[in-house]
Each structure stands twice: as C-alpha cells, then as structure tokens.
Design a protein around this ligand. Structure first.
Ligand SMILES: Cc1ncc(COP(=O)(O)O)c(C=O)c1O
Length: 380
C-alpha cells in the first residue's frame, strides 16, 4: 500500500477538527494552537466566512486558467494592496512561499540583467531551486541546487553586504522580515534601512520575504514596516490564505514586467483568490493586526521574569522564546500534559510561538501561566 513519503518529523497526534484557536485530535482531546501549523492560520481554524467564501466560489466557478480575466483575482490583489498600504504595487499570485521567492528572484534578475544573489546566515526561503540555494541549510540543498551565484553574509552586518554588492553583478538581496526557521532572529531597523539604501546605491533589488513574518502577525502588515522602508519586491504566503495554499509577490510599479515573463497554471486561481480576499476583509473588520501587537506584548511582559528564559525574540505574535537549554522537553510537556501546541526552530533552544491572530487575552494568559509552571519545574 502506498504511503506519503516519510520526510517529516511527526508529532504523534492526528488532528481532525479545528475552530478558531483550538484543534482537536482523533480521540477528541483539544489543543490550544500556539503554532498555527507554522504561522499559516491567521483568522482562525475553520473560520466560517472563509469556508463559505471558498465553497461559494468553488460551486460557482472552481477553476479556469490565467488565460482569461479572473475578477476575483483582481479583487484579491486590490485587497492585499489596501491592507498592506501598497496599492500601487502589482501582485503576482503563486501557490506557495518557495514559488513566491523563486519568482521574485527571477524578476530581480530579469530587471537588472544580473546573476548574483545575496542572502543571510540562518535564512530559510523555501525548497525550490533558487529559493533553496538562498536558504542557509546545506542539509536541504541538493547538488543540483548548488550555485556560485548565491552568497550568504552575516545578518545585521552592513559592511559584509556592501563588500558583496561592490563585487558586482548582484541582482537581488533577499532577507526575511524576521527569520522564522532561524529562530525569530531579527534584522534591526537600522540594518534594514542601511540595506535598502545600499541596494539602491548599487542597483540591486531588495526582496523582503514576509512569508512567515507578514500578514499582520507583528502588528504591522509586514515586519519590515516597523523600519519604514519600501522594498521593490515583497513575498507572501502562509497567513494570506489561512490554510488555502496561496503565495504572492508584490511588485513595485517601477519594475518593468513583460508579457509571458512569468506564469503559472494554478497561481491566483478562483478558490485561492476567494480565500485571500476573505482573509483580508476579516482581518480589517476584526482589527487583527492591533490585536496581534497587544497579545504579543502581553506574552512578552508575562514571561519577562520567568525562569530558564534567556531571551525573547520577535514581535507581536511571532515570538521565539529562547531557553537556557533545548526546548524539546518543554514543548512535549506543553502538548502532552497541558494541551498546548508550540513550535521549534533550527536553534534547538527556541520555542516558536505563531498562533492564529485571533488569540484572546485569556488564551495568551493560559499559555504564559502554563509555560511558567512548566519552566519552574525544570531543575535550576
Ligand atoms: C520565511 C519563509 N520563506 C519561505 C518559506 C517557504 O514557504 P513554502 O513552504 O510555502 O514553500 C517559508 C516556509 O516556512 C518561510 O518561513
């Protein structure tokens, strides 16, 4: 009997149902979801309007290709432009985060006629050819993906970036608004501002990968918005579909794109577009960006003097709680004994917190109180 390829380290539970911030396993046990299937669930599990928007679109016209006008795709683009405050940008829809980065990198190369890409240490940009080459994890780079065209430099080191830019032929610099898989490592605001200026100076295009840190999770629509910069290319996925697979590249109006340069069979399809439009409308109506900022501050303040916490990184509802030891045992105690799901990161000491943006104050308090109890029981 065929089985899914065993490439994932599975938590030994089967989730069968979800409602807002809670998911239930096959035995009926509830779990408070502080992980959101890593940052994917933005407006809540099983959100009724979202389910209805997709179902209605599916039964009206489920699919037709990008060879015809897709009005719901135009409405989804308009919604993303509106909520992100970038309605002059155009939107190229794809199906995943990796594809969004792949296409943004390709656009940068087309636009500049250059070959090289600068990326950062501990970055994660996906698993397609160029996206994985830009990712700093040799374990997932196959020999066919190895390329001399991508150089990794240390995060927050503008001199290292400038040295590579001066060496020439750089099409793009790609950076996460906050490094997710890397353990919620943050570029500083000053670094992002300097990076933007250096890219402009050397004619390279800055790509902000907001696939995990975007969609309002940090209290602004994009994490880089806190630095007040305007990158020419922005990539999105995860939260914009609330679980419906969809990604997007926001493209600055100055970037010239010609007919046929990019394309996709499923990107921007009717169902995905209905999901994106609905997620934006719910976020706007429920004020979920403000709420994400408030809940994040609540969690950080509550954990400030908790034992065994070395540092808390991140912003809003994208937090990396760095312990003074590996976080795995704490994560296990949280889900097994307290019914709370949290995430890990490539840094083994990090507990990643990426809940739906609908997390309530009472749920945030339940999480912090439980975590403090679990940490207090660890040997000093
Ligand atoms: C910052 C970032 N970029 C890109 C990706 C790749 O997205 P996908 O898995 O949808 O291809 C991820 C996924 O975790 C991510 O966190």
């Amino acid at each position: 009997m065929s089985q899914p390829l065993p490439v994932y380290a599975l938590l030994p539970i089967e989730l069968v149902r979800g409602s807002n911030t809670t998911v239930w396993d096959a035995q009926g046990h509830p779990y408070l979801d502080l992980y959101g299937g890593h940052a994917v669930i933005s407006i809540g599990h099983g959100q009724e309007e979202w389910a209805a928007a997709i179902a209605t679109q599916t039964s009206t016209l489920g699919y037709y290709s990008n060879s015809v006008r897709i009005r719901i795709q135009e409405q989804a683009a308009e919604a993303l432009g509106r909520i992100s405050g970038r309605d002059s940008y155009r939107v190229f829809f794809v199906n995943s985060g990796a594809e969004a980065n792949e296409n943004a990198l390709k656009l940068a190369s087309f636009a500049t006629g250059r070959r090289r890409v600068i990326a950062f240490d501990k970055s994660f940009h996906g698993r397609t050819a160029l996206a994985v080459a830009a990712t700093d994890d040799p374990k997932i780079v196959a020999p066919v993906n190895e390329t001399p065209n991508v150089t990794h430099v240390p995060l927050n080191n503008i001199e290292a970036v400038r040295a590579e830019l001066s060496a020439g032929d750089v099409a793009a610099v790609i950076i996460e608004g906050i490094q997710g898989v890397g353990g919620c490592r943050m570029p500083t605001e000053a670094f992002l501002q300097d990076l933007h200026a250096a890219c402009t100076e050397f004619g390279a295009l800055l790509i902000l990968d907001e696939i995990q840190s975007g969609c309002g999770r940090t209290g602004r629509y994009f994490a880089f918005d806190h630095a007040g910069i305007e990158p020419p290319l922005i990539t999105m996925a995860k939260g914009i579909g609330n679980g419906f697979p969809v990604g997007a590249v926001l493209v600055h109006p100055d970037i010239v794109v010609s007919n046929g340069m990019l394309g996709t069979t499923f990107g921007g399809n009717h169902m995905a577009s209905a999901a994106v439009k609905c997620v934006v409308e719910v976020m706007e109506r429920e004020g979920l960006m403000d709420s994400a900022a408030e809940r994040g501050q609540q969690i950080v303040s509550a954990l400030r003097s908790a034992p065994h916490i070395a540092e808390i990184r991140g912003r809003g509802l994208m937090l990396g709680v760095v312990l003074d030891q590996p976080s795995n045992a704490v994560r296990t105690t949280l889900w097994k004994e307290h019914g709370i799901l949290t995430g890990s990161a490539s840094d083994p000491n990090v507990l990643r917190i990426l809940p739906p943006l609908t997390l309530t104050a009472a749920e945030a308090e339940r999480f912090t109180t439980t975590l403090i109890t679990v940490l207090s029981e660890l040997p000093a």
